[in-house]
Design a protein around this ligand. Structure first.
Ligand code: CA
Length: 219
């Protein structure tokens, strides 16, 4: 699961990268509004954590221009500004949620899960396609009697496919969602992950679409 973190405070930024990496997320961290606007055009992010007070362009400007460009990645504003005007402005500009600093990591993670879930059109913590079920809190994938807690990358891969069963994701689309900047990606990395998931749940858990990519069946 790939996250864009927009935060100019070095200490807060480091703390968040550590906390999010600990639960298996790949975090790309940018420190000013200009970089954020450029990074947001990448569609691989599951969610964006956006500070408001930033050098070059503030968080409101970043959000406004992203939404104007039609970028619909979920945005969670994280800021020390707790005035109701700021919260209203942020939400009206297209933010999906707003969390005031300081906050506890577990609240941040719960809100992130809720937004990621909402984007997938699910109101419960489970992503389901037919008999295949993914628990987004425990990272357990189950199919019939088989159930396993997946390692971070396998989780991110199956999550991306289960967000919309029946939709094909190409190799590069999958890589974009799993790996952050500067991460070494072997050319067969996606195949290795798929092979590992199939070994646990059977070959038909992920379907090959020749020359296009992979999908999970709708039912
Ligand atoms: Ca700031």
């Amino acid at each position: 699961m790939r996250v864009l973190l927009v935060e100019d405070d070095a200490m807060i930024g480091k703390g968040l990268v550590t906390a999010l990496s600990a639960v298996g997320m790949s975090v790309d961290w940018v420190r000013d509004g200009g970089e954020a606007e450029a990074a947001l055009r990448n569609e691989g992010y599951a969610i964006v954590l956006l500070d408001l007070g930033l050098p070059r362009a503030d968080g409101f400007e970043v959000l406004k221009s992203a939404r104007r460009e039609g970028i619909d990645t979920p945005v969670l504003i994280i800021t020390a500004r707790d005035h109701v005007d700021d919260r209203v402005a942020g939400l009206d500009l297209g933010a999906d949620d707003y969390l005031v600093k300081p906050f506890e990591t577990r609240e941040l993670l719960a809100r992130m899960r809720a937004l990621i879930r909402r984007r997938a059109g699910q109101s419960t913590p489970r992503l389901v396609a037919g008999a295949l079920e993914l628990d987004t809190e425990t990272h357990e994938l189950s199919l019939g009697k088989a159930a396993e807690v997946l390692p971070a990358r396998e989780y991110a891969l199956i999550h991306a496919l289960l967000e919309r069963p029946g939709r094909i994701l190409s190799r590069s689309q999958i890589e974009e969602r799993i790996y952050g900047w500067g991460e070494e990606v072997e050319s067969n990395a996606v195949d290795v992950l798929i092979h590992s998931i199939r070994r646990k749940f059977g070959k038909s858990v992920i379907l090959n679409v020749r020359g296009a990519g992979w999908m999970v069946a709708k039912s």
